[in-house]
Ligand binder design. Structure first.
Ligand code: SF4
Length: 280
């Protein structure tokens, strides 16, 4: 599925590492009419139906009509982490590795030290296990992280000339690097519009559409197919779209007690609708 996402979207040619003017969030000002041109509504509706969504096309359209407000919310409330201010594939990839099972605020505290100490894959490859452990110690899972980082350094140095490879399958070669980290790198550094699936994402989308999320949504081809269709086919808007849902899941649509009253997409949300009906 990962490869499918890449094929369906763009072939943008040589790597681009310069900073774009729309960082950190991508484009946040767009009309729902423009969005309708960028989202495969028919495919999204078909995939939503497979997840048990009733009146799927109507719900997809309702959701799209709320996305402009969601992106405005991102502009005001989005989290400005340093890895969101760059399109350098190494800095983005390294951040995604550190963010595995870890809160952004914790990674932010050590991120500049990690980048300074390991400015490229070769520096990581040459580092001792002890040096790697020392710098990531505060994040926990130290042995796992050290092994993954060591493999990243070795594989990228030996097999890719010290560069970050440009395909999802290659980005997933190091131990315990999964679809999410690989896809996030392609989306945020390579400007390839694609869907991300993590717990926050699955919770928001599951609630909004009343989609029957499987136990492990990040391993579900059906979930990816739905979210791929729902992701706007434009690099700058795919960026803001994904960041908005990630941040909404972290800040508003939390696992317990979501703050629906201040949510920018409540008008399209089935969960919110059901709560209000229960209250009546
Ligand atoms: S309305 Fe509530 S449940 Fe729905 S997406 Fe917003 S915060 Fe989540």
């Amino acid at each position: 599925m990962a490869g499918d996402g890449e094929r369906r979207r763009y072939n943008r040619g040589p790597e681009k590492v310069t900073q774009r003017s729309s960082l950190p969030f991508g484009r946040t000002d767009i009309s729902s009419e423009e969005l309708e041109q960028l989202i495969d509504i028919e495919e999204a509706s078909t995939q939503a139906e497979k997840g048990g969504v009733k009146n799927a096309e109507e719900k997809v359209e309702d959701f799209i009509s709320c996305v402009p407000d969601l992106l405005k919310w991102l502009e005001q409330r989005g989290r400005e982490y340093p890895w969101r201010a760059t399109t350098d594939p190494w800095k983005v990839y390294l951040a995604e590795i550190l963010l595995q099972r870890t809160r952004g605020d914790a990674v932010e505290k050590i991120y500049s030290d990690v980048i300074k100490q390991f400015p490229d894959p070769e520096a990581l490859y040459k580092a001792s296990d002890e040096e790697i452990r020392d710098v990531v110690h505060s994040l926990g899972f130290v042995n796992h992280r050290q092994r993954t980082l060591k493999e990243v350094g070795r594989i990228f140095t030996d097999q890719y000339d010290g560069e970050v490879p440009d395909s999802i399958d290659e980005l997933k070669k190091p131990w315990r690097v999964g679809d999410y980290s690989a896809r996030a790198t392609q989306l945020f550094a390579r400007e390839k519009p694609m869907a991300l699936v993590d717990a926050n994402f699955a919770r928001v989308i599951g609630r909004v559409f009343d989609y029957e999320m499987p136990q492990q949504p990040h391993k579900s081809k059906e979930v990816y197919a739905f979210l791929e269709a729902l992701t706007p086919n434009d690099p700058d808007i795919a960026r803001s779209f994904n960041l908005a849902i990630l941040d909404l899941g972290a800040l508003v649509c939390t696992p317990d007690n979501p703050d629906c009253e201040s949510c920018p997409i409540s008008a399209a949300c089935q969960y919110y609708r059901s709560i209000r009906m229960e209250g009546n």
